[in-house]
Design a protein around this ligand. Structure first.
Ligand SMILES: C[S@@+](CC[C@H](N)C(=O)[O-])C[C@H]1O[C@@H](n2cnc3c(N)ncnc32)[C@H](O)[C@@H]1O
Length: 279
């Protein structure tokens, strides 16, 4: 009996140490629709900040240092120069979109999609301030799982920090929808917080795993919520590290051409360059 107990404990420890730091926690808020609703809350709570052009200062300032670096790193390369018809899913406050508009010089249409009307209006304001609005830029309120476009519409699909906000099923359906709206030979550039740390050397890899483990412990069932809510004026849903590569493999015509890691903190971010085949 005692031996049995010890053996079970040993197996549990071994299992935990194998998954330590590689966990992809379920989102605690059910679905991404709740994320969009949270932005309404912020916007109501921060009415006084309407005096300022951007009503999401916490979101932009606190997350900005983490996200912007990898966003910039992602939008380099020839795919962007060749592209003519682009969609960004989950534009948020528009920083990535502004970079996209500047870099995709030959694009004839850029569709900026978000589920939250507040975020669309924040992105539009941001681009207006940056003098980047044009007749080829369209803001569209839509769910990334059901985009209002025919099959094969886009030669480039970009998205930063959207997939890591979605629950398991939503990630799968968003990948399938991306596959549908991409034209054969089209590309996708996707940025997510990642649990895929293969090429990270020790001891940095261990530090990243420990940071992820800690983050996941707090994230699970929203235990960090009070802290997040205070810092982000009511906005609690947050990206968590995921293994997007696993989901991309579910789409038969998509292949990952290459990926690169962007290390801004102990939470590495992976940038995926994906191509849709002709088949
Ligand atoms: C973390 S923000 C990313 C913002 C931006 N891409 C960036 O890098 O700064 C995620 C955005 O995805 C949007 N979103 C969440 N669920 C969505 C869904 N199902 N369909 C479309 N957009 C969604 C949110 O409203 C939010 O604006």
């Amino acid at each position: 009996m005692k031996a049995h107990l010890v053996s079970r404990m040993w197996q549990t420890i071994r299992r935990y140490s194998r998954t330590f730091g590689y966990r992809q926690v379920p989102v605690w808020y059910g679905s991404s629709v709740a994320v969009a609703q949270q932005f309404e809350t912020i916007s109501k709570r921060l009415k006084f900040l309407k005096l300022f052009p951007n009503p999401y200062p916490f979101y932009d300032w606190i997350m900005g240092f983490h996200e912007r670096w990898s966003n910039r790193a992602a939008l380099r390369g020839p795919v962007l120069e060749r592209t003519t018809n682009v969609v960004e899913a989950g534009v948020g406050t528009g920083y990535f979109l502004a970079q996209l508009v500047k870099n995709a010089k030959n694009a004839t249409t850029i569709s900026a999609v978000d589920l939250s009307p507040q975020m669309i209006s924040a992105a539009r304001n941001y681009l207006t301030r940056k003098n980047l609005l044009s007749s080829s830029l369209f803001f569209v309120r839509s769910d990334c799982r059901h985009l209002p476009y025919p099959d094969g519409t886009f030669d480039l699909y970009v998205s930063s920090y959207l997939f890591d906000l979605l629950n398991d099923e939503e990630i799968e359906s968003t990948v399938m929808e991306m596959e549908r709206v991409l034209a054969p030979d089209g590309h996708a550039i996707l940025i997510t917080m990642t649990t895929e740390l293969e090429e990270v050397q020790e001891p940095v890899r261990f530090a990243c795993r420990a940071a992820n483990e800690l983050y996941c412990l707090g994230y699970h069932r929203g235990r960090w919520n009070r802290i997040w809510r205070f810092l982000f004026a009511g906005y609690a849903p947050h990206c968590r590290p995921i293994a997007l590569g696993r989901y991309l493999k579910l789409a038969p015509s998509l292949s990952i051409e290459y990926t690169k890691l962007s290390h801004v903190s102990l939470f590495p971010v992976r940038i995926y360059y994906v191509r849709k085949s002709h088949a």
